[in-house]
Design a protein around this ligand. Structure first.
Ligand code: AMP
Length: 937
């Protein structure tokens, strides 16, 4: 609206100073049906400019903004004073109040312990409405009921039922009007209550019976054993089963579920269909020989299919560690991989469900990271259904003032305007109703949605834990509180739908099934073929054979194709130069630099049909301006990805700058690459230093997932690392920490030093039938180092060399000392040796630090069998870098009488010094030490 026109309307409007949300509400009703608002308002709204077709939201948001301006202006004319029915206005305000704050009066806590704030606006008296108005008829505005008018008394009852029953719908923080209206239409139209047939009710009771039955059975059979019982939150089982059923009906084909330990055994047996006997065996301490270290039973994942009216849904419960919320981004990554595999662009076919604890969802920052990721290009999964098993206590901590800073543990979800449905866990029909709502909302709007299942924890944190020590009052209540199944069975008996004998029969039948030890889930089906195929990678070791050769012609052709820009793409000057150089390199007229070596690795893999996914901070360009896999047209600003235009039928390339996170995004990529073996999946840190922001993912998943759970993962991590005088924070990717985690051939740690090496290393990660993490200390200054170049022949003819022996033509017999090193320091050593014309010290690069290439080192050393002086040279301080880890491996490879010395920085608490001059001095000294030179002052 033209500002002057709006101003004029504002000036003349009798509504200035009105309640903005109320006027907005009226206006929305008017937009839907101009006749639905009182005549006085219609006259005023008619004066407003019409919302144009095409972009109603844009126009509407302008008008809405003006309503806000109006509301903030001093009230000049009262609505009532102007002849408008003042009570009608108040009634609409009452409706609005329930929509906004009704959840605060909802009956959510089964234990009745919650201290709910009294919300004055929910009282008609607050709006100057009294009992004498109860029989008066009012317009109900946009309230989603069939009658346009209602008597106030009936309306107030209806609002209470709708918004203050067993469900507290919190959604008015959503800006999108369509979403708000959708929720209203679903909740208000049925007065906040689903309707269920006797068959539905029996099914719900059956699920509750299973939830309770399993815990009781385990409690009796294995008294005192930890099982992290679900009891109190039993409604989780009918909730999740309903979600899967409904999602299946709507075309979902797979669902990945993430949850911590609480209730996990129950989910495994009663939803995923794990055989009770297998669980009993685990309780009895039996183990499968196929797993390495194995893991406790309440961390284990499971896969199965689940029959629904729309066909089978494949279920995968993600393995997870005790670090509660970290599994959420893993689940999202796994979902995204499955979506990509199915060509599912918006998440219609794959549903993520994550189960959270009340303390953890509010407390752990990784949750916020996942919300922030939820609608982004790289990480979007079409919305996650997030369930909070809100048992009102985290281990022994239950005071709200100790666990969070707001009333609800779910407030974090408001950062993405997700609707939140709080629901009383003792009302399973309400629980199932919100489950349906959540699935429908997620599948309609493809956004996150939260269910806050308010319940309790019948025992301590685990079954050996005494909760009365810390929560005496709560547990006095719990002790006498009937179970959800008992409450529901009684309710069904009272209403005459399932009688007591029938309910008992369900319990008896469930117990009999457990006795047999066979699957208890009626919907369980064996897994069909749709999952990824990991068989080519199972039981394969690093010496597995592979074919990697690429001809120079092919390299030249791919290089030329990717370096030839369409005429219409106008490149920025320096980027243009880089691509011109790439063209020259492709013709063999210039040595290949790092960027080209790496780009050709991607190009060859894409050419062979592999999927390449690269994410991380600024990866499109590359932190250090070397990659430019995504270029930006200087005229239009549009992105162009040369690697996407190699040929018609090529592999998929996904390259996305990530959100500014390490923890959640690395967990996501772990989830992705442990769900999809077929491709090159890379996460790059902006600087390697930041990788410790994702330490949990490295410790709990990447380094140990295969050993604990038998789950392979081929993720590659590129971590810029190197001492270049940039201070403590931009030098080290903490190589020592990765090496310390290395055992059982769990991963590879590489420090490639040439473009050909990075080319072969990346290719090997895909074409070798081994799927284990690859950790790369990648370079910074080497990206442009004149000596760090390779020829097309080196890319064509060789494979990755775990060890690179001396390259200068030294006479091996004259060599008196051999210096081992890795990474950038090699070039410092080479440069100093050449400058000082040293010919009796050989330099050997260990390009793969783990698994240590003992045979290859010995092969290189064969010519130096007479040498007794050896050294490991590194840039990192002595307590960091590879030294403490690798010295044992190197010593074993040395001749008997040989000595291994250390040339490097002395031990230090910080990774590097902050002063460039001190750095330079240290660097010079360590190189001199390695080469037996005098240090010049
Ligand atoms: P999912 O689709 O995750 O339910 O997996 C289905 C089946 O594929 C599992 O039961 C495993 O046998 C196998 N599988 C899935 N992911 C992996 C993995 N990362 N490593 C090894 N096998 C896997």
């Amino acid at each position: 609206m033209h500002e002057g026109t709006m101003q004029a309307w504002l000036e003349s409007s009798p509504f200035a100073g009105g309640n903005a949300s109320y006027i907005e509400e009226l206006y929305e009703s008017y937009l839907e049906d101009p006749g639905s608002v009182p005549a006085e308002w219609k006259v005023e709204f008619d004066k407003l400019p019409k919302v144009k077709d095409g972009s109603p939201e844009a126009n509407f948001s302008q008008i809405r903004e003006q309503f806000r301006v109006m509301a903030s202006q001093p009230r000049r004319v009262t609505v009532a004073g102007d002849g408008v029915d003042a009570k009608q206005v108040k009634v609409l305000q009452l409706i609005n109040a329930y929509r906004f704050r009704g959840h605060q009066h909802a009956n959510l806590d089964p234990l009745g312990l919650w201290q709910q704030e009294r919300v004055a606006e929910l009282d008609p008296a607050f709006h100057s409405l009294d009992s004498s108005d109860n029989d008066k008829t009012f317009h109900v505005g946009s309230l989603a009921v069939k009658d346009e008018t209602m008597k106030l008394g009936a309306l107030a009852d209806l609002l209470k039922k709708t918004y203050c029953g067993s469900i507290g719908a919190e959604y008015m923080h959503i800006v999108n009007t369509e979403e708000k209206r959708w929720i209203q239409s679903r909740v208000e139209a049925v007065a906040g209550k689903g309707s269920f047939s006797t068959e539905d009710k029996t099914r719900i009771l059956n699920s509750l019976t299973a939830a309770e039955g399993l815990e009781k059975y385990l409690g009796a059979k294995f008294p005192g054993a930890k099982r992290f019982s679900l009891e109190g939150g039993d409604a989780l089982i009918p909730m999740v089963k309903e979600m899967i059923r409904r999602a299946g009906e709507q075309g979902v084909k797979e669902s990945v579920i993430g949850m911590a330990h609480r209730g996990r055994l129950n989910m495994l047996v009663n939803v995923l269909g794990k055989k009770p006997q297998d669980l009993f065996d685990e309780f009895a301490g039996k183990h499968k020989d196929t797993l390495g270290s194995g893991d406790v039973k309440y961390h284990m994942g499971f896969s199965s299919d689940f029959a629904t009216p729309g066909g089978n849904v494949h279920l995968a419960l993600a393995f997870n560690p005790s670090h509660l919320e970290i599994v959420n981004p893993v689940v999202m990554g796994s979902v995204r991989a499955r979506m990509d595999r199915r060509g599912d662009q918006d998440g219609s076919k794959v549903l993520p469900i994550t189960v959270h604890g009340d303390s953890a969802i509010a407390g752990q920052g990784v949750v916020a990271e996942t919300f922030n990721m939820s609608q982004t290009r790289a990480y979007g999964v079409g919305g996650t259904i997030r369930i909070v098993v809100n048992n009102q206590v985290g281990f022994t901590t239950s005071k709200q003032e100790d666990t969070r800073s707001t009333q609800y543990c779910t407030d974090i979800a408001k950062m993405v305007q997700a609707p939140i449905f709080h629901v009383n866990g003792d009302d399973p029909e309400a629980v199932v109703f919100v489950s349906q709502l959540a699935v429908d909302y997620r599948n309609t709007f493809k956004r996150d949605v939260v269910i806050d299942l308010v319940c309790y924890r019948r025992h301590g944190h685990n079954e050996a834990d005494e909760p009365n020590a810390t929560q005496p009052l709560m547990y006095q209540k719990i002790k006498s509180h009937p179970t959800p199944r008992a409450i529901y069975a009684e309710r069904l008996a009272a209403e005459g739908s399932v009688n007591a004998e029938q309910a008992k029969a369900l319990s008896d039948n469930y117990r009999d099934q457990l006795d047999k030890g066979e699957c208890v889930v009626e919907e369980w089906r064996p897994m069909s073929e749709h999952s990824s195929d990991w068989t080519p990678y199972l039981n394969k070791q690093f010496d597995a054979q592979y074919k990697s050769g690429i001809s120079t012609d092919k390299l030249a052709q791919l290089g030329t194709t990717l370096a030839t820009m369409p005429a219409e793409v106008k490149l920025q000057r320096q980027v243009g130069k880089i691509y011109e150089d790439r063209l020259t390199m492709s013709k063999g007229e210039k040595a290949l630099d790092w960027g080209m070596g790496e780009t050709l690795a991607y190009a060859t893999l894409l050419d062979e049909g592999y999927h390449v996914r690269i994410t991380g901070q600024d990866v499109g360009r590359g932190t250090f301006f070397h990659r430019h896999a995504v270029v930006h047209d200087q005229t239009t600003g549009n992105e162009y990805l040369p690697l996407k235009h190699l040929k018609e039928e090529q592999g998929t390339l996904d390259i996305y700058d990530s959100v500014l996170s390490e923890e959640a995004v690395l967990a996501f990529e772990y989830g992705y690459s442990s769900a999809e073996p077929n491709g090159l999946f890379i996460w790059e840190a902006q600087f390697g230093d930041f990788v410790n922001g994702a330490q949990v993912v490295i410790d709990q998943f990447l380094s140990s997932g295969e050993q604990k759970w038998g789950r392979l993962c081929g993720l590659t991590m590129l971590l810029p690392h190197g001492y270049e005088g940039q201070g403590p924070e931009h030098s080290s990717a903490r190589l020592e920490r990765f090496l310390q985690l290395c055992a059982d051939d769990n991963m590879q740690v590489c420090v490639p030093s040439t473009p050909a090496q990075v080319f072969h290393m990346l290719r090997r990660q895909v074409v070798r039938p081994v799927r284990r993490p690859l950790i790369v200390m990648s370079p910074k200054s080497l990206l442009r180092h004149p000596l760090a170049v390779s020829s097309l022949d080196e890319l064509a003819a060789e494979s990755f060399q775990n060890v690179i022996g001396e390259v200068d033509s030294l006479d091996p017999k004259k060599v008196k000392k051999v210096v081992f090193c890795a990474g950038k320091v090699y070039y410092d050593l080479l440069d100093a040796r050449r400058k000082n014309e040293i010919s009796d010290i050989a330099i050997v690069r260990v390009e793969q630090l783990y698994p240590f290439p003992a045979d290859e080192v010995q092969k290189v050393l064969a010519q130096y069998s007479h040498v007794t002086e050896f050294a490991w040279c590194q840039e990192e301080p002595k307590n960091q870098g590879a030294w403490y880890f690798i010295q044992h491996d190197i010593r074993e490879a040395l001749p008997a009488a040989a000595k291994l010395g250390y040339a490097g920085r002395k031990a230090s608490a910080a990774p590097a010094v902050g002063y460039a001059s001190v750095h330079a001095q240290q660097q010079q000294a360590l190189v001199a030490d390695a080469l037996n030179l005098e240090v010049k002052d």
